[in-house]
Structures are given as C-alpha cells and as structure tokens.
Design a protein around this ligand. Structure first.
Ligand SMILES: Nc1ncnc2c1ncn2[C@@H]1O[C@H](COP(=O)(O)OP(=O)(O)OP(=O)(O)O)[C@@H](O)[C@H]1O
Ligand SMILES: [Mg+2]
Length: 182
C-alpha cells in the first residue's frame, strides 16, 4: 500500500500539495531539492524558515512523501495550529495533556508546519518544550517550518527550546512569493 496515495485519497493532504514531490519541485531552488534527496536518505532535524509563500510547506510535503515511502507509519505530519488546538481541547476537557504530548513525542519522524502561530503562553512553551526536548534527547528527527526569524522564535519559545534548535540544520527559503507564480 502506498501511504501517500492513501492519505491523498482520504483528504489528509491539502489539495494544493497533492502533487508535491521532489521530482515535481521545479519551482524550488535546486540546492534545496538536492538537500531534500540527501535528507530522505539520511534524515536530519531541520528548521525551514523564510517569508510567506517561499515553498516551506511544499518542501515539507515533498519530504513527508519520501519519508512515508521509506518509513511508513513512523512518520507524522501536523500543523502547529492543530497541535495547539489538541492541547487546548485536552486542557479544557480535563484529559491529561500528557496524552497529546506523548502522541507527538513518539513518532520517529515528525513534521510541524507553521511553527509560531500558537498562542503565547507559558503553558504552550512548556508543552512544546516537553515535545521537543524528548525528541531532541532521543535523537529523533523533527522537521519544523516557520515564518519567524531565529530571534522571533527565541522570543516566542524561550531560550531552552532555542538552545535545542541550534543543533538542527537551518534551511532558509528565499526568492519570490511562489503564490504569485501559481
Ligand atoms: N516547487 C514547487 N512547485 C510547484 N508549486 C509550488 C512549489 N513550491 C511551492 N509551490 C506552491 O507555492 C505556494 C506557496 O508555497 P508554500 O505554501 O509551500 O509556502 P510557505 O513558504 O509554506 O508559505 P507560508 O509561510 O505562508 O506558509 C503553494 O501554493 C505551493 O503549492
Ligand atoms: Mg507554509
């Protein structure tokens, strides 16, 4: 079973990213596509950063597709907004948030898209710390994308999270807004 097709058929992949693949990624910088191929052979934790519309989410889905082919169910993709909602729902319904945190600690490969849209609270910072610290200390692969700069990330998530992110490979997405090209 091809998991990517399964996810596409079940509307788990947003329509605009259904064709995302490193082979189709003609609008992406060649250097980034090449790196994508290396990373799908030898996974590495990444921070994809840069302004809006530069292809961070597209590239994340390309890698997600590669990873799904190789590692199947040990790969998870989420938007940080959804993770935030799940944490808030658990908090409100008195379900221990530790269940949600565990769900994001466990996948061997985790994508979090659009980091930085969460509400600014100590609780969010703590929950993200629990997830990222666990993953970092167990050398698990985490691929983050964000519109924020290093400085803004530090301001939002604090020094402890940022210190861990320093060991990630930071990949900047530059160029023009691709939304005006599609
Ligand atoms: N290599 C590509 N080939 C074809 N279309 C692409 C490619 N890269 C990006 N796109 C398209 O360009 C648009 C912007 O890309 P994307 O959503 O990945 O940007 P982003 O950097 O994640 O932006 P934001 O920070 O606003 O989330 C999307 O519609 C996407 O489908
Ligand atoms: Mg995006």
């Amino acid at each position: 079973m091809n998991l990517w097709n399964h996810y596409v058929n079940n509307n788990f992949i947003p329509e605009i990213f259904c064709d995302a693949s490193l082979d189709n990624a003609i609008l992406l910088d060649k250097r980034i596509v090449k790196l994508g191929r290396e990373i799908s052979e030898k996974p590495k934790s990444l921070v994809l950063y840069g302004s809006t519309g530069r292809g961070k989410t597209y590239f994340s889905y390309c890698l997600f597709r590669e990873f799904l082919n190789k590692y199947n169910y040990s790969v998870k993709f989420c938007r940080s907004k959804d993770l935030d909602d799940e944490l808030q729902d658990a908090f409100r319904s008195s379900t221990p948030t530790s269940y949600v945190i565990k769900k994001y600690q466990e996948p061997k490969y985790l994508f979090i898209d659009d980091l930085g849209l969460e509400k600014d609270t100590d609780k969010v910072e703590r929950d993200y710390y629990d997830i990222l610290d666990y993953r970092w200390s167990n050398m698990m692969c985490t691929i983050l994308s964000t519109n924020l700069t290093k400085k803004q990330l530090e301001k939002k998530f604090g020094k402890r999270i940022n210190s861990r992110l320093k060991s990630f490979l930071w990949l900047e997405f530059t160029g023009k807004d691709l939304r005006s090209a599609v």
